[in-house]
Design a protein around this ligand. Sequence first.
Ligand SMILES: NC(=O)c1ccc[n+]([C@@H]2O[C@H](COP(=O)([O-])OP(=O)(O)OC[C@H]3O[C@@H](n4cnc5c(N)ncnc54)[C@H](OP(=O)(O)O)[C@@H]3O)[C@@H](O)[C@H]2O)c1
Length: 233
Amino acid sequence: MAKIVLITGATRGIGYALAEKYVADGALVLVGTRDLDRGLEAVDALRENGGQARLLQIDLLDHGSVMQAAQWVGQQFGHLDLLINNAGVFDDHDVSASHEDAESLRQTFDVNVLGTYLVTQQMLPWLQAAEEGMVISMSDQLATFSDFAAERPTTGLGQRLSRMSVNAMTVLFQNEITDVQFRAVTPGYIASSPARQGGQPVGVAVDLIQQIADHTAADWDGKLIGTDGIVPF
Ligand SMILES: NC(=O)c1ccc[n+]([C@@H]2O[C@H](COP(=O)([O-])OP(=O)(O)OC[C@H]3O[C@@H](n4cnc5c(N)ncnc54)[C@H](OP(=O)(O)O)[C@@H]3O)[C@@H](O)[C@H]2O)c1
């Protein structure tokens, strides 16, 4: 049976590139999207060469949609092999720490922290029902104390704090749940859209995430992983 892979935010950027790669490798990809039209477009494109893709509406700000999605996964498949918590927002890359907008900060936490938490929590029974269930959650090099200590601009407080929460969540889930593997990933700066000039190609993030998924040895469990392996945070 094909590996079942759920990718949140899979209609563009790294999420879509991951969906393309997993479909090409023969997996059944559940294309997580908050927007049905964009989701259908992505699913059609992914199926063009005979690949397997299904639409799954998940808006991380709409908890009902997460509950429904989890119910659907259980009814349709009864298990989930891989959850990639890719959906997220990073709206404060040019805002210094003392100038954050409270509403924007709250939105970042709602998506990156609460949304990621809820998807993981609700998909957990199906991940546990898989032979080797795994969760890979997007984080960031910026979410490490060594990066805070470095002489850098003090921008991106929302991204940093929210991704530190993702790192912490990864550890705490792993400490509690022994039959699912939890990892966080820092892909580096990725040129996932034309606006992100000077970044690494999207393929770098895709290869890293696949490497993490294929590395089933326990030494990466509960860890933040980058292209050079475990990143202390
Ligand atoms: N690119 C980088 O250098 C980099 C580095 C470190 C971490 N990351 C993280 O890696 C992930 C993917 O990066 P990317 O560059 O591909 O990001 P992106 O191009 O900004 O795409 C983000 C994805 O998340 C989805 N999303 C946003 N809010 C959502 C919500 N409330 N519910 C469901 N989906 C939502 C978006 O959906 P819509 O299409 O509907 O907007 C989009 O599909 C993000 O979480 C990003 O923060 C990226």
